[in-house]
Design a protein around this ligand. Structure first.
Ligand SMILES: Nc1nc2c(ncn2[C@@H]2O[C@H](COP(=O)(O)OP(=O)(O)O)[C@@H](O)[C@H]2O)c(=O)[nH]1
Ligand SMILES: [Mg+2]
Length: 317
């Protein structure tokens, strides 16, 4: 193209191509429009961006409409969506308050939470989306809850380890999920371990459910072990972080590409740019910082968490 497109424009265009949501698409298109050089040679391009922008705004509007998307649908954001499940009053909402900027209502009476409430949690350099939900209980369970569970990438069972009914509660949740053919959570968060006697209760639960759940003792109120809980969620999502280093340039460890476990060098390249994967001739892999020699790897090579990749592409100059 004849027009001299600025790096800012090209970056915005890359964001547009990798945008996952309408909001991201609109934001990227707005940046493209503001950074495109304004002259005769780019008139067609400007018109094209404006057309795509109005189309994206229209779609976003339709999606936000009353009938297009059900009220309980939570659009995924970040590296993965984890739904918090459990009986009433176990501290699910408190946990979302402790780990995210979201502020679902916390109260000592049941059924305070009536709607799924999302919030973004930070674990090291990745964002994980938590979804607070109404309780699963014999008294009442919201009929739409199964959809929310199915839509999530993973679930966590949050219980109050001091509740005398905790064993029945765990069994009830399990039966409900079983009957709905819903995925069973693999992680059990034993909450309220700040209270006296809670540690023993937690240990008993852990022994009882060894093999069925991975158990983490936490306190949403005091913040105890919440960093361990965040790590457990990252592991639950089976994610790997890959860093890319343009040849001869500095490595940026703040912005990983987050992929599912089992992803390959080719998948990582595709995340950098849609066309990138095809033009790549080879990649070098650096495992852990400080290593100077980069191993040459194939496209099909499976990446691991913390891998650093240097992509080499064909140039046509
Ligand atoms: N001591 C203690 N109380 C907690 C903790 N987490 C939540 N609570 C209290 O338990 C009650 C229920 O909490 P909430 O988050 O609304 O439970 P939810 O129904 O599972 O969402 C509230 O009174 C909270 O203040 C905790 O870690 N320790
Ligand atoms: Mg709640």
């Amino acid at each position: 193209m004849a027009a001299n497109l600025s790096p800012e424009f090209l970056a915005a265009e890359r964001d547009y191509k990798s945008a996952q949501t309408h909001a991201e698409k609109i934001a990227a298109l707005e940046r493209m429009l503001s950074t495109v050089p304004k002259h005769k040679g780019t008139e067609k391009l400007q018109a094209d961006i404006k057309r795509r922008l109005s189309q994206a705004r229209k779609e976003s509007h339709e999606k936000g409409g009353a009938h297009a998307v059900p009220f309980y649908h939570i659009e995924k954001e970040g590296a993965g969506q984890v739904v918090l499940l459990g009986p009433p009053n176990s501290g699910k909402s408190q946990l979302v308050c402790a780990l995210t900027h979201a502020r679902p209502e916390v109260a000592d009476y049941p059924f305070t939470t009536r709607l799924p409430t999302p919030g973004m949690m930070r674990f090291e350099n990745v964002q994980i989306q938590l979804v607070d939900t109404p309780p699963i209980s014999p008294e009442f369970t919201e009929p739409w809850l199964p959809q929310v569970i199915r839509n999530a990438n993973a679930g966590v069972l949050v219980v109050d380890v001091n509740d005398p009914a905790v064993l029945d509660q765990i069994e009830f949740v399990r039966d409900t999920l079983d009957q709905g053919r819903l995925p069973l959570p693999e992680l059990l968060a034993g909450n309220k371990t700040d209270l006296p006697g809670a540690r023993d209760n937690f240990t008993a639960l852990q022994e009882l459910y060894a093999g069925r759940y991975r158990c983490v003792a936490i306190s949403a109120a005091s913040g105890l072990n919440l960093d361990q809980f965040a790590r457990a969620l990252f592991e639950l999502l089976e994610l790997v972080r890959v860093y890319t280093k343009p040849p001869g340039k500095k490595l940026d460890l703040t912005a990983p590409f987050v992929l599912r476990r089992g992803a390959t060098v080719q998948d990582a390249a595709r995340m950098v740019h849609k066309d990138f994967a095809e033009h790549m001739t080879y990649a070098r892999l650096f495992r852990g910082s400080g290593e100077r020699e980069g191993l040459m790897v194939e496209r099909t090579h499976v990446v691991e968490d913390a891998d650093i990749l240097e992509f080499h592409i064909q140039h046509h100059e």
